[in-house]
Design a protein around this ligand. Structure first.
Ligand SMILES: NC(=O)c1ccc[n+]([C@@H]2O[C@H](COP(=O)([O-])OP(=O)(O)OC[C@H]3O[C@@H](n4cnc5c(N)ncnc54)[C@H](OP(=O)(O)O)[C@@H]3O)[C@@H](O)[C@H]2O)c1
Length: 474
């Protein structure tokens, strides 16, 4: 067996004086890593640039952009060089800690026409960001972005454009912020055949639900608190109603299940009707409530794959990995045919954790450029997406108390061939607006739906029935 032996362990880089070049001796031949060496004559190209230094431009100098710039400026190696920082109205953005040779500009086109090799897009939004990313790829520049809405909507098209132009597109920070789940799907798990992905992908919802759980406060109070602490925007609809999480789920499905699905075709249920009383009843059942995004790829009888996907609040066992995720953390679980289950947990947002994911992507792309890699665009479009999961169910009613309520509900459930598992009514609640719960044995969503429609018309019902899947295996 050939052994790699370090001969002269570290040599200072002649270009920057700070970074180090490793040499290994393989037999009698000295091998060199792709990090710049003291062989200056061979590494300078006709434009006077060091060929082994990758030139990087940053577009969007906000929360994440500023953290990315800081990490790049503080790195003690010369394999990456930040050359441009671009933002609208750039003058107010200038920072003294950025080296003098970095160009500050508000002219995106000048960046795209420059000789940078990697463009980092961190402006957010869809239309302008898409134009910038397309423009960069068409100009032969690789792109790193943290933009979930952009990738969820245009990912396949942009991956194809990257491959066509011999460049790369990476979006590791677009799901779960600083948690390296997308890089894990791209490299560490690509040898498996994944069939399931589930996650807590929205820190705002997790914060609100864990606050209701911990303090038994109403939903509106938990939302106000999240807004006051900066965990929720003034209009938090994208988070609360599942739009944010389903864009992230669509990206996970693309990267992990190699299946393209438009985010809008994934059903999203809101967390708004969750009440403190639901945590009382969930606790009785050994559970808590979390917003779960989940997707399963099932082979149908014809052998082709059918995708089940959904985002929404679910009951999960309190002691389970999902049940233990508190506040604004993210957790992603993957299930593979060969490797079984894997878990990824960490900070799903925040300038610095997200910037780490962005810079890691930039380093990965820079290495790929040195090795002549281009984007892989392998995926299939989902034939259809359904949310017809088969699970046990939690049904919570608010009723005006009167005789015969349970008998009427049981009659409707029986008519629809649905089996009751348990009936819970805790004492002490106001009889004028009495909450109680029925749990059902496993059935498909499509079987339950007609029964819920019939229940909605009952005169004792004060609010629509809250219907949550119970994920016992979560
Ligand atoms: N923040 C997080 O924790 C997090 C986590 C994961 C992913 N992400 C993603 O990362 C991206 C950036 O998020 P962020 O939180 O850093 O946003 P941000 O703080 O709003 O920063 C965006 C920056 O881009 C600038 N900008 C916006 N539109 C522009 C345009 N048309 N031309 C030039 N500059 C423009 C903004 O300038 P102004 O100052 O004038 O507004 C701002 O400086 C988004 O795609 C986001 O979804 C963020």
């Amino acid at each position: 067996m050939t052994r790699l032996r370090s001969t002269s362990p570290v040599l200072p880089c002649a270009l920057c004086g700070f970074c180090f070049t490793w040499y290994w001796q393989l037999g009698t031949e000295t091998m060199r890593s792709t990090i710049p060496t003291n062989d200056t004559a061979q590494t300078v190209d006709s434009s006077g640039h060091d060929r082994l230094t990758c030139r990087v431009a940053l577009i969007g100098f906000g929360t994440v952009g500023k953290s990315v710039a800081k990490i790049l400026c503080e790195r003690n190696d010369c394999s990456l060089r930040l050359t441009h920082i671009c933002n609208r109205n750039i003058e107010r953005k200038k920072q003294p800690w950025v080296p003098n040779d970095v160009i500050w500009t508000d002219d995106v086109q000048s960046v795209l026409k420059s000789d940078v090799q990697i463009v980092i897009e961190l402006i957010g939004g869809i239309t302008t960001a898409a134009e910038i990313v397309r423009g960069a790829l068409e100009a032969g520049k690789s792109v790193v972005t943290a933009n979930k809405q952009l990738i969820a909507r245009h990912g396949p098209e942009l991956l194809q454009l990257a491959a066509k132009n011999n460049c790369q597109l990476e979006f590791g920070a677009s799901v779960a912020g600083g948690v390296p789940v997308l890089p894990a799907l791209r490299t560490g798990l690509c040898g498996d055949r994944l069939h399931g992905i589930a996650g807590i992908l929205n820190g705002t919802c997790n914060y609100i639900l864990s606050r209701i759980e911990g303090a038994r406060i109403p939903f509106s109070e938990a939302l106000e608190e999240a807004q006051a602490r900066g965990y929720a925007e003034a209009d938090a609809s994208e988070d609360l109603d599942g739009g944010d999480a389903r864009a992230k789920l669509a990206i996970l499905v693309l990267a992990g299940l190699h299946t393209w699905v438009a985010p809008e075709s994934i059903r999203a249920r809101t967390i708004r009707p969750i009440d403190a009383v639901d945590f009382d009843y969930a606790t009785e059942l050994g559970c808590t409530i979390r917003q779960i995004s989940r997707a399963n790829l099932n082979a149908d009888s014809s052998g082709s794959a059918a995708l089940l996907a959904e985002v929404g609040p679910c009951l999960v066992p309190s002691g389970s990995p999902f049940g233990r995720v508190q506040r604004n953390l993210n957790l992603v679980l993957t299930s593979g045919e060969y490797g079984g289950d894997m878990a990824f947990l960490g900070a799903g947002a925040g300038g610095d954790p997200t910037a780490v994911a962005v810079v890691s992507d930039v380093m990965f792309v820079a290495e790929g450029l040195a090795a002549g890699k281009k984007a892989a665009a392998g995926y299939v479009s989902a034939k259809a997406v359904s949310s017809d999961f088969e699970t046990p169910w939690y049904l919570r009613f608010f009723v005006r108390d009167q005789p015969g309520i349970v008998a009427k509900l049981a009659e409707i459930l029986a008519e629809h061939h649905l089996n009751i598992d348990s009936l819970l009514q805790k004492p002490g609640y106001n009889k004028a607006a009495l909450p109680f719960v029925i749990t059902l044995e496993p059935c498909r969503d499509s079987m339950l739906h007609p029964a819920l429609e019939k229940m909605a018309g009952l005169d004792f019902s004060l609010r629509p029935c809250l219907c949550l899947p119970v994920l016992r295996e979560a």
